[in-house]
Ligand binder design. Sequence first.
Ligand SMILES: Cc1cc2nc3c(=O)[nH]c(=O)nc-3n(C[C@H](O)[C@H](O)[C@H](O)COP(=O)(O)OP(=O)(O)OC[C@H]3O[C@@H](n4cnc5c(N)ncnc54)[C@H](O)[C@@H]3O)c2cc1C
Length: 396
Amino acid sequence: MRDSQSIAIIGTGPAALMTADVLSQSTHRVSIFEKRKGLGRKLLIAGSSGLNITNDLPVEEFKRHYSGPPELWNQVLGGFSPQDWIQFIETLGSPTFKGTSGRYFVQDMKASGLLQKWKQRLDQRKVEFYFDHECVDFETSHTSPRITLSFEGGKKMQFDAVYFALGGGSYEPKEDPLRWPALFIRKEIDFSPFTPSNVGFRVDWKANFLKEAEGLPIKNIELSSPRGVRRGEIVITNYGMEGTPVYFVGQTGEVRLDLKPDLSIGQMIAKCRSVRENLSPIRRVKRQLNLSEAALALLFHEAPQSCLGDLEKLCQLIKSFPLLFIGKQPLVEAISSAGGINLNEINTKFMLKKFPGIFIGGEMLDWDAPTGGFLIQGCVSQGFAVGSSILSYLQE
Ligand SMILES: Cc1cc2nc3c(=O)[nH]c(=O)nc-3n(C[C@H](O)[C@H](O)[C@H](O)COP(=O)(O)OP(=O)(O)OC[C@H]3O[C@@H](n4cnc5c(N)ncnc54)[C@H](O)[C@@H]3O)c2cc1C
């Protein structure tokens, strides 16, 4: 064992940066390679709609949001918990806050400040960044423990340990598709093709409804599907619907929308009947139930006309409006992806069983989680675990 060995980290997402942070506190030489001109593209994109870093759920409940073996999540979230992550960000100098839904955000909602501070710290610790460096191959040999990496353009470099954190399949530009899956498939590493997850759904809206509601939110609703019930906000789009409760549904088929989750049907009927004037049922609903513009448009244009003149039927619809999700939006519009490198290909240290010294983590592995901060948390917790695994591997 040598005191200072060389480690390559490929990728600059949260999984990669967290591993770099752990390793940069050792005597080893750490180099990070990124195919793009700057770091953390997907984090920057995530920050454009408010960077949700984690969630305040108790850790036992938190873990249940991930696919894959529970032992894996016990291990990584036990080693680097949501509280550890919040404290880490605060220590970097980026304040955080908890939203009403229990989700944590960085105070400025964007990723750029956090990334800038993180890079500054890694620079100070002498981590070397190489941008415009796409890793296109790796080779191991029986005669040397060193790993050779090849980069686009022909450059080759050798390292004592390598960590790939190349990200998942979502939101990749069509003109620059992900090339890493082919590399791992060539090495006979089991890879499940990416499919969209945490993604909007298509709904066959009527033109008159869209004219009034396209782009509008409907806040504080509950969406029920075979997967369960989720409360939150949805947004009507020209193709269908977006929003956290929509992403949770995960599959096509019928869903039910509760536009007034805090009122029972009886309470709604009583409120509407309390109007003395001689108003039609739909006008009573409009006056008494404080429904948003888009929710009212949904009732006017998408409900069966026979319901509009019947207060009871109308209130039943408000509690349980049937909608048909006819298809998922494509991978390029998804927040995350299902699929990736099969978890059976790595050991409990995140090292490839077939290639000792090569570690894999983050969204490129085949696990998934809903939105709500679980994705980034999963990546940084894995990144932390990989950092410790590489340190013990180099000590062996
Ligand atoms: C619109 C959107 C909103 C989101 N919002 C949230 C949110 O609020 N909260 C949340 O928890 N999650 C959110 N996510 C998901 C989150 O951003 C990802 O789960 C996370 O960034 C994955 O981290 P990672 O480190 O595994 O990979 P990535 O962040 O994808 O990083 C992988 C890096 O590897 C580089 N790379 C790939 N191949 C090569 C190669 N061959 N050589 C060199 N470099 C390479 C890529 O350029 C990239 O920089 C959002 C995602 C999207 C698309």
